[in-house]
Design a protein. Structure first.
Length: 119
């Protein structure tokens, strides 16, 4: 299998050469995704809005840890919040992050089971 089958087409590539600021910010986002709990939380949010209780159940971590991870994601601008009475409801900021989480999990699927990556 050639490496070409795993690369995006030129149409999907970034339209220009990124500058230092883009590389730094992209590295920051990827570092945040590098934590299993945060990645699990973001994946849970790809299904729609959720509160801390729902997200705690989804990732199996302790509530204080989930709250701290959500705070980091919020401060990084990756998730939005809104109040619903006393509850705080979280959502993904945009579709780019949803696609990034999906692609990271597609890569993991491919590496674990040899399944082809899909576009």
């Amino acid at each position: 299998m050639s490496a070409r089958t795993h690369l995006s087409t030129a149409d999907d590539a970034h339209p220009r050469t990124p500058g230092e600021e883009q590389f730094a910010l992209a590295a920051e986002v990827l570092a945040l995704l590098g934590d299993r709990t945060r990645l699990t939380l973001l994946h849970a949010l790809t299904g729609g809005e959720a509160d801390v209780t729902t997200l705690t159940e989804a990732c199996g971590a302790a509530r204080p840890a989930v709250s701290q991870h959500l705070a980091r994601l919020r401060l990084a601008g990756l998730v939005d919040t809104r109040k619903e009475g006393r509850r705080v409801v979280y959502s993904l900021r945009d579709g780019h992050l949803r696609r990034l989480v999906d692609e990271a999990l597609n890569v993991a699927d491919h590496r674990l089971g040899g399944r082809p990556l899909h576009d």
